[in-house]
Ligand binder design. Structure first.
Ligand code: F6R
Length: 607
């Protein structure tokens, strides 16, 4: 997390840095800051909270200079206040950092013993103080930065700026992504290509352990051993124009509303109308020899994997395990060399998912990335990378990426089932048609927005909520609860309907909304029994179902949201829409910051 940017430009750097930081604010928004060099003189401005506070500060206290660095912070060490905001500075050097320096205490102790006085509790201040100590020993700026980088353990993307150096940035990467942008007589550094998109589409990605000396006219990259490294410059397509909110008040609503279009695009990549088949381009796997699928991810992406587990086992008859990435490798699970490991991530940079991938890399037959950001670390490090075609997702709460992940995973499952002889052409045609019907069904369910908005009048008053689902709808109940808690701050839990009576039913009373996600499928009657158990105890049931389900459910349901009928397999994709809208409208009613909920960041690049 944290977004960093650096510019060696031909124009005043401050407004360009602010503009780039706007595109990085999804990575953290606890504080922001910039530093510039003007005729050799280093200056900086920092402000607590959102970027807008820094922009306001710069109106009153501008800084000049065509070279600069900027940072938007997600706090790890030290409170989110001005003193802990980046860039950190020690006299002649300023640094922005994304990641965690794990040995900072040891370095700090050594520096303190040698007389350095620290201003903050942050790990990053150690980097600038250490660099300054090397400058004091007489090392050049480049040598001081190189010596500093050598001492660091942990994860970092760093960008250094120096007093007296109008044409120099030092960039370094280990564990956190970093891109170098090539302009016309200008050079840039950024956490991702999106940050640099309006300036350039020519990007060189630093690899693990690389550090780079950047000037307006040159780029010299060295690897972890200090050897000159040749890294390819690529042309990256990121449409920065698509990052506005359009007619919507929030990115989240824009991204919810985009789903019929982006899903149609994604489905178009996997289905062939002429043959009625489903296939995944470049999925070079012989599924007849695969003995297990392991799926690893975090948060919403983990819940997409949890849906796909039902599909892999029921439809393709392949045993499937799903793990939360932050726990996976600590179990030290034995991996079969006939298995496939899949890593699902919107950003493609989530530190725990990346670490899980590295754990599996040499142990399994194939590693597969299912990512939204095509140039991300997870995408680049997997044997096979499947793009989900969701387009840029800015809202911190994942919406369209979730449904697009489900589409990509469904296509993999169908391909695997066909290859293993578990699916005949008629069933494949049926699923092909069901997939292609989805965008229309999503459009229909988006038409219920005002009803869902009205339902949230009472929901917004609740302190707690339960979400229930059975079978493939169970992970969706977890997703509904995750969405609600992360943007409305209402405590919400998702449960398998049948698990309710094993404990959580003790929570149920007349104040507890219980949201039941249940299309009229083979499991519906059992879910209705669980609903009755809730209603018998005064619980308020909000049932999300189809007309047939509503007709069967009987009396006593508090409120109902009617969905169009959908193929059983794809119900979690369609029912994601009301889950997202319930969370959205509840949060809007509560007045929380929908796009940038407190304490969160979109790209979680620390473990
Ligand atoms: C929730 C949400 C997070 C992410 C999680 C993984 O709405 O967005 O739970 O799903 O942080 O992020 P990625 O998919 O980038 O690995």
């Amino acid at each position: 997390m944290c977004g960093i940017v650096g510019i060696l430009g031909d124009h005043e750097a401050a407004p360009i840095l602010i503009d780039a930081l706007k595109r990085l604010e999804y990575r953290g928004y606890d504080s922001a800051g910039i530093a510039t060099v003007d005729a050799g003189s280093l200056g900086r401005r920092r402000a607590m909270g959102k970027l807008v506070n820094l922009s306001d500060l710069l109106m009153h206290e501008p800084i000049t200079g065509k070279s600069g660095i900027g940072h938007t912070r997600w706090a790890t060490h030290g409170a989110p206040n001005v003193i802990n905001a980046h860039p950190h500075r020690a006299k002649d050097v300023a640094v922005v950092h994304n990641g965690i320096i794990e040995n900072y205490k040891d370095l700090r102790d050594e520096l303190t013993a040698a007389g350095t006085v620290f201003e903050t509790e942050t790990d990053t201040e150690t980097v600038v103080q250490l660099c300054m100590s090397y400058l004091n020993e007489g090392l050049s700026s480049i040598d001081a930065a190189a010596a500093t980088i050598k001492c660091l353990e942990g994860a970092y993307a760093l960008c250094f700026l120096f007093e007296g150096e109008d044409d120099l940035l030092i960039a370094a990467r280990k564990g956190s992504p970093l891109a170098i942008g090539h302009g016309d007589g200008e050079m840039y550094v950024g956490s991702d290509a999106l940050a640099l998109a309006p300036m350039t589409d020519k990007i060189t990605y630093l690899e693990e352990g690389d550090w780079a000396v950047v000037t307006r006219s040159s780029l010299e990259i060295r690897d972890a051993d200090g050897k000159l490294a040749n890294r390819e410059m690529r042309t990256i397509k990121v449409d920065a124009g698509k990052t506005d909110k359009g007619i919507h008040k929030h990115y989240m609503m824009k991204e919810i509303a985009e789903q019929p279009t982006v899903l149609a695009d994604a489905i178009g990549h996997y289905t062939d109308a002429e043959t009625g088949t489903v296939s995944v381009p470049n999925l070079n796997i012989d599924f007849t020899t695969v003995d297990k699928i392991t799926m690893v991810a975090c948060g919403t992406a983990y819940l997409a994997c949890s849906v796909a587990k039902y599909w892999f086992e029921q439809i393709a008859s392949i045993p499937c395990e799903v793990d939360v990435a932050s726990e996976f490798r600590y179990r030290e699970p034995p991996m079969s060399d006939k298995s496939v490991a899949m890593f699902v991530s919107q950003s493609g940079e989530t530190a725990d998912t990346l670490a899980a991938l590295r754990y599996c890399a040499e142990k399994v037959a194939k590693t597969v990335a299912v990512v939204n950001v095509a140039e991300s670390s997870i995408s680049r490090e997997c044997d096979i990378s499947l793009p989900i075609h969701a387009g840029v997702e800015i809202g911190v709460a994942s919406t369209k990426a979730f449904t697009c992940q489900l589409i990509a995973l469904a296509a993999v499952v169908i391909s695997a089932a066909r290859a293993r002889g578990e699916m005949d052409a008629a069933v494949e045609q049926e699923l092909h048609d069901a997939l292609n019907n989805l965008p229309g069904l999503i459009n229909q369910s988006l038409a219920h927005q005002s009803h869902i908005d009205a339902v949230t009048i009472d929901l917004a008053k609740a302190a707690d909520a339960l979400f229930l689902g059975r079978g493939v709808m169970y992970p969706l109940a977890l997703e509904g609860a995750l969405k609600l808690k992360e943007i409305s701050y209402i405590h919400a839990e998702g449960y398998a309907s049948g698990e309710l009576k094993h404990g959580p039913i003790a929570l149920v009373d007349e104040h507890m909304p219980v949201i039941v996600m249940a299309p009229k499928d083979d499991l519906f009657d059992k879910t209705v029994s669980n609903m009755q158990e809730v209603m018998a105890r005064g619980g308020k049931v909000l049932l999300v179902t189809d007309q047939s389900g509503a007709d069967t459910a009987g009396d006593g349901v508090w409120k109902t949201i009617i969905m169009p009928p959908v193929h059983n397999m794809l119900a979690p994709v369609l029912y994601a829409i009301p889950a997202q809208l319930i969370a959205y409208y509840t949060a809007v009613r509560k007045g929380t910051d929908v796009d940038q909920p407190r304490n969160l960041a979109k790209s979680v690049t620390v473990e």
